[in-house]
Ligand binder design. Structure first.
Ligand code: SF4
Ligand code: SF4
Ligand code: SF4
Ligand code: FES
Length: 946
């Protein structure tokens, strides 16, 4: 598609009673509060402008948008003047033309006239406006005072700041404040000396800037511009697609020259992001063309041998023959597969279909096992649907946000910006987190309560919140009577009122002062619309599912489910983790969360697929690895998932993989799991295929092919080829046909098709006859399961205990610039912000151990040890240390243990008892791993005799 500039209405749309006015003789009706500028664009007219753009509040500084209004003196700015009934406006008169030319002359006299060589040539609003006002000469000349010598800041890896070209319109400053909420930019000095600066006249890289790019997008000139545009020139075509990083699911326009991406611009019509983005989606796409991508299939008969590059046919046939051999020797259930939450719904559906048809078993699982499987279990049990209840827009109506075990500014940044905007408008905030995350105190936002609990005590804290509400009579009795299962409620009420659930009783082990907990409970129950947002800090515990159900209890207790501004909202990690779960990636469920033991569901799939489906659930990932170590599981197909790095207890994962006879890894890069693989199938990036992703709001968005698959096949095509070689041909010509099959087999997707998504922009499931345009808010008229079920949520402390040998608790998380195991972001300039995983430790704990900031330390648990550098930080509470898991050479998961959620086996990443001590050597594991990885990644230079 050629470039289609989006319409800029100049000022935001408003909601209000209709107002009719006349602009240049044309009648137009718009909502009250709309600016004259916005109304004019609606009428198909355009008024010159520079400081206005429609995602920012009007500012009225450039004086280019002047208009005349009958009966009014002067020439008001159309961007700051709201419409009035009967108003008569003129946008083009000789007087206005003269005034505008005068304004433009002033701008141009202080602007370097290097348009022909400027990177923004053709995409510069100053240039456009000079043309629009008919500027032909500059009376003031170019010799007067100017800013031409101002120093260019190139410190940010992705964009430059050239103050010589700045027109001081302050769009960047306002974008940073209003859209991003970081407040990194200011306009310094006054008058002619006024200038934009990051922080206190720092360079961008040293400032508070988080590189979201909102200022770059807002800048009307080349002052702030992408380095990729400077290097590659202006893009010539665009494809609207969906970000492949996190579960926010931002829509982007991939802008290209030929098959080279020039930039990613957040799409204004994207319903998850409304034109905003974070540093990952907007800038960290270089990995897709990184030199380390593997573009040829490879095989080897043993993991000790070098890889041998082969044709697709040879690799697929080898993999299929190995799987068949293994099944013949060890039985039908000796093989399985793992679907990818990075791949499309269609690709995920095909992998689980391959396993249930060509493999003939249910041994399929997905990475949600290690992140949000407790969400699926907990919300399905209590409410009836394994998904969040709201859309992101709902936060605009929230009065009290309760954020538990989530760090939105780092892990879900675009949603965080949205939430921060609501908080700046006056909504209240409760943060439940062992760490003092950024949200606790950030510009113009401060949490009313930060409940800094001890890791592993979520259930006790949520129970205590409910106890206060239940015992102080703050519950919503009418809601409960009408919407909930009363028998379960009465039983639960008796349980929760017990003194053992009180804040006073739990304070000793949660570490949360009872008074704070009581205050937070009262605020959530009485502060208006209360919304719970949570993340992996809830789910990755031995009681992850229990906490999810405790939060659902809390929301039902206060009537906070089933309308705008409320709900229980999991902030999903990976771009398509919701979709991977929806598509039947779990060993016990077919698509739409229907249990394999249900005969009628099986019959539906059996008749469509022509096979018999096993009524018994298959193996989960940890069971597959255990069975491999025991010798009964021998073959694995892993698409787009690096289990060696992302799953807990790395040594055990390695032992399981090493015991298998055929491991097929399909990925962009030779990841850590591929060290144990026998077949490597090159993966395709999100730019190289069509399909859909489903984000944390259940929103299904199209992923569109921007360039052909670099290795010749998209992932869904490779899966089809493998299935055919296994004797179960699938004949889809396009992913839309796979979605049609999903819709036929899955009631919640019955109304979904690529065509329908094109028409609506995106669709939130359920989408069917009852909800033909999808479902933004769940459980509006009643719970999906009928009556909301209160579940007893007794607090059971984890078996992982601190003691003399391991006195500290390790908890893990993410940071903004890196993503998960870092396979993509480590191959981009994002590494300038996070070159290595560090261990955050409280100053008291550090001092006790003689550890200074930056020292190498040994982090040791009963599962293993690793060496990394320390960051002494008061964000931690004493007794708790924290690290990220973005770098394979740190191997944070070498330390995490086998404990997991009682219901779903989701690993307990967030609680590991550890010891930390200074060291001057790397761990044995790291030394051995270096050597093993080096050997495992050898690729034979020429066809090798294996
Ligand atoms: S990139 Fe984002 S955070 Fe940085 S200055 Fe611009 S708007 Fe602010
Ligand atoms: S940097 Fe760009 S957006 Fe910011 S004030 Fe200058 S011209 Fe305006
Ligand atoms: S918030 Fe998530 S989906 Fe949006 S641009 Fe960033 S990584 Fe991509
Ligand atoms: S666009 Fe209205 S004053 Fe600048």
């Amino acid at each position: 598609m050629a470039l289609h500039p989006e319409i800029d209405y100049g000022t935001p749309a408003r909601v209000g009673a209709p107002v009719t006015l006349e602009i240049d003789g044309q009648a137009i009706t718009v909502p009250a509060g709309t600016s004259i500028m916005h109304a004019a664009v609606e009428a198909g007219l355009s008024i010159p402008k520079l400081c206005a753009t429609d995602n920012l509040e009007p500012f009225g500084s450039c004086r280019l948008c002047l208009v005349e209004i009958d009966g009014r003196r002067g020439t008001p700015a159309s961007c700051t003047t709201p419409v009035e009934p009967g108003m008569k406006v003129k946008t083009q008169t000789p007087r206005l033309e003269k005034l505008r030319k005068g304004v433009m002359e002033l701008y141009i006299s202080d602007h370097p006239l290097d348009c022909l060589t400027c990177a923004a040539n053709g995409d510069c609003e100053l240039q456009d406006m000079a043309g629009a006002v008919g500027l032909r000469e500059v009376r003031y000349g170019y010799e007067g005072a100017n800013h031409f010598d101002a120093k260019k800041d190139v410190s940010n890896p992705y964009f430059t700041f050239d103050p010589a070209k700045c027109i001081a319109c302050s769009r960047c400053v306002r974008a940073c404040e209003e859209v991003q909420g970081t407040f990194a930019l200011t306009i310094g000095a006054r008058g002619f000396e006024s200038h934009v600066s990051a922080g206190q006249d720092e360079d961008f890289i040293g400032s508070e800037c988080v590189s979201c790019g909102a200022c770059v997008q807002a800048c009307p000139t080349a002052t702030l511009i992408e380095k990729s545009v400077i290097e590659l020139g202006q893009p010539r075509r665009e494809v609207v697609t969906t970000c492949a990083y996190c579960g926010v699911g931002c829509s982007f326009k991939a802008e290209l020259n030929g098959n080279t991406v020039v930039r990613m611009t957040p799409w204004k019509d994207g319903k998850a992001n409304h034109g905003h983005s974070c540093v990952k989606g907007r800038f960290a796409w270089g990995y897709a063309a990184h030199k380390e991508r593997i573009l040829k299939p490879m095989i080897r008969t043993s993991i000790d041998l070098p890889w041998r590059e082969v044709s697709w046919d040879e690799a697929i046939n080898y993999a299929a023959s190995e799987f068949k051999r293994i099944q013949a020797k060890y039985g039908r259930t000796s093989v399985g597969g793992i679907t990818s939450s990075r791949c499309t719904n269609e690709e995920t559906f095909l992998v689980q279909k391959l396993i249930r048809t060509a493999f003939g078993n249910n041994n399929v699982d997905t990475c949600a096992r290690v992140c949000h499987s407790p969400t699926g279990y907990g919300l399905k049990t209590t409410l009836g649907t394994s998904a969040g209840t709201q859309d992101f827009d709902s936060v605009d109506e929230t009065d009290v946000a309760l954020v538990i075990g989530a760090n939105p500014t780092d892990a879900h940044p675009v949603f965080a910006s949205r939430m921060k905007r609501r908080l700046r408008q006056g909504a209240k905030l409760i943060v439940v987190d062992p760490r003092r995350i950024d949200l606790v105190r950030t510009p113009h936002v401060e949490a009313q309560f930060h409940l800094a609990l001890k890791p592993g005590t979520n259930v006790a804290v949520v129970n205590a919140l409910a106890h206060v509400i239940a015992t102080e009579g703050l519950l919503d009795e009418d809601y409960i009577k009408e919407r909930c299962d009363l028998e379960s409620f009465r039983e639960w009420l008796a349980f929760i009122r017990q003194p053992l659930n009180s804040p006073e009783a739990s304070e000793a082990y949660t570490g949360v002062p009872a008074a704070d907990l009581r205050g937070a409970a009262r605020l959530y129950a009485t502060g208006g619309r209360g919304a719970i947002y949570y993340g992996l800090g809830v789910t990755e515990h031995s009681q992850g599912s229990t906490t999810v159900m405790a939060m659902a209890n809390l929301a039902m207790l206060t009537g906070n489910i089933g309308r705008n501004g409320v709900g229980v909202n999991p902030l999903r990690g990976q771009n398509n983790v919701q979709g991977a779960c929806d598509m039947g990636s779990f060993p016990h469920e077919l698509s739409g969360y229907r249990h394999v033991s249900d005969a009628s569901t099986r019959a539906l799939f059996e008749s469509a697929w022509g096979v018999v489906i096993d009524p018994e659930p298959g193996l989960r990932i940890p069971n597959m690895l255990d069975a491999a170590v025991d010798g009964s599981f021998k073959g694995l197909y892993v698409q787009g998932e690096d289990i060696l790095q992302s799953d807990p207890n790395t040594h055990h994962v390695g032992a399981g993989l090493a015991a298998m006879e055929c491991v097929v890894v399909q990925d962009l890069f030779l990841n850590e799991t591929a060290n144990y693989a026998h077949v490597f199938l090159p993966g395709s990036s999100f730019l190289e295929k069509d399909g859909t992703f489903t984000n944390a709001e259940r929103r299904i968005s199209l992923v569109r092919k921007a360039i052909p698959p670099m290795a010749g096949k998209a992932d869904w095509e490779a899966t089809m080829a493998l299935s055919a070689a296994l004797g179960y041909p699938m004949n889809y010509k396009h992913p839309s046909e796979i979605m049609d099959e999903i819709a036929r087999l899955t009631p919640t997707f019955a109304g979904v098709s690529f065509k329908r998504i094109e028409e609506l922009g995106s669709i939130q499931w359920p989408c069917n006859d009852k909800a033909p345009e999808g479902t933004p808010i769940m459980h509006e008229k009643g719970f999906v399961r009928g009556k909301g079920l209160f579940v007893l949520t007794e607090f059971v402390p984890t078996e992982e205990r601190t003691g003399p040998r391991f006195p500290l608790i390790l908890t893990t998380g993410r940071i903004l610039s890196q993503y998960n195991v870092g396979a993509q972001t480590r191959r981009t300039a994002n590494s300038v912000w996070h070159e290595e995983d560090r261990l955050e430790i409280h100053p008291v704990d550090a001092e006790d151990r003689g550890i200074n900031d930056g020292d190498w330390v040994q982090l040791k648990s009963r599962a293993g040890d690793t060496t990394l550098r320390a960051r002494v930080s008061e964000r931690m509470q004493p007794g708790v240390v924290y690290t990220t898991f973005h770098h394979p050479d740190t191997g944070a998961n070498v330390v995490t243990t086998e404990f997991s959620d009682w219901a779903t086996d989701c690993p307990e990443y967030k609680v590991t008892a550890v010891q930390v001590r200074p060291t001057n050597r790397r761990s044995d594991w790291q030394e051995e791993n270096d050597e093993f990885t080096r050997r495992a990644r050898r690729i034979a230079a020429a066809p090798a005799a294996e």
